[in-house]
Write a protein that binds this ligand. Structure first.
Ligand SMILES: Nc1nc2c(c(=O)[nH]1)N[C@@H](CN(C=O)c1ccc(C(=O)N[C@@H](CCC(=O)O)C(=O)O)cc1)CN2
Length: 285
């Protein structure tokens, strides 16, 4: 079997058109969705992502505010800036680009963002609300994965989903979103014994381990849906995922490539969450 490629770039483009239409409608009611992005330090990849977030905001007609802070900024100054943005009515979404320098407590930073403006969906209140099936900002990469499957017409109810990886921003929440959609979910991680035994059961396999080409054809059931969340560089400096694409695509039914798979959905769902926050502010204020 040769897998069908799930084209994240195309699906993201379609979603962005829908979001732009809603933004225009909201602007006609006098509200422009506003996103504040805080970048601490000068990590090259982080700067690229932040620039892309700013550019996408502008493309969709949203207001974007970039706040740059030096690597050595104090935790206190960063928290004070977040508090200021929490009170700014022009800002509907706040995000602090991760990773942060080691001297800054990431949890403290996330918990300082108002849950009403936490468009990354990382605040414990939003995570709790997601777990209990309440209205919440959903974390952008996991949410993007669900939209990719929905747009491709891949059913989820009753499917065996195996998530390899347990990070707070992808692995754990994506498993929860599948559980909310009535899948049977198994989490695997670095301490899992005989990984293959689990991954071979997967109708939908999500690889989010951050190790280049970690998932091989031997880990995959014939016809499975394989979602690659990895963004790694191989020895030649070329971008690659957690899945050995060439061999796995010979066996899977569907597969997301890297790049142009899950990645483009992350920023698209961030735009969606910012729009949602602006819309919700209308009924609250
Ligand atoms: N506050 C946050 N920090 C980080 C998040 C996040 O969701 N919120 N996620 C990642 C980085 N990230 C967005 O911030 C992100 C990563 C990758 C992509 C993407 O489109 N990737 C492309 C390839 C890009 C390249 O060429 O390097 C793809 O896969 O096609 C978008 C956003 C960590 N930090």
């Amino acid at each position: 079997m040769t897998a069908q490629i799930i084209n994240g770039k195309e699906i993201a483009a379609k979603k962005k058109v829908e979001i732009a239409e809603h933004v225009a409608a909201l602007k006609s009611q006098g509200v422009t969705p506003g996103l504040a992005v805080i970048l601490v330090g000068n990590n090259h990849a982080s700067r690229t992502y932040v620039t892309s977030k700013e550019k996408t905001c502008k493309e969709l007609g949203m207001y974007s505010l970039l706040i740059e802070m030096p690597e050595e900024v104090s935790e206190q100054s960063l928290l004070a800036k977040i508090e200021e943005l929490n009170g700014d009515p022009a800002i509907h979404g706040i995000l602090v680009q991760l990773p942060l320098p080691k001297h800054i407590d990431e949890s403290k930073v996330i918990e300082t963002i108002s849950p009403l403006k936490d468009v990354d969906g990382f605040h414990p209140i939003n995570i709790g609300r997601m777990m209990t099936g309440q209205n919440a900002f959903l974390p952008c990469t996991p949410y993007g994965i669900m939209v990719l499957l929905e747009e491709t017409g891949i059913p989820i109810v009753g499917k065996n989903v195996v998530v390899v990886g347990r990070s707070n921003i992808v692995g754990k929440p994506v498993g929860q979103l599948f559980l909310n959609r009535h899948a049977t979910v198994t989490y695997c991680h670095s301490k899992t014994k005989d990984l293959k035994v689990h991954t071979k059961q997967a109708d939908i396999l999500v690889a989010a381990v951050g190790i280049p080409n970690f998932i091989k054809a031997e880990h995959v059931k014939d016809g499975a849906v394989v979602i690659d969340v990895g963004i790694n560089r191989n020895q030649d400096g070329k971008l690659c995922g957690d899945v050995a694409f060439d061999e796995v695509s010979e066996k899977a039914g569907y597969i997301t490539p890297v790049p142009k798979g899950v990645g483009p959905m992350t920023i698209t769902m961030l735009m969606y969450n910012t729009l949602k926050s602006a819309e919700e502010s209308l009924t609250r204020d």
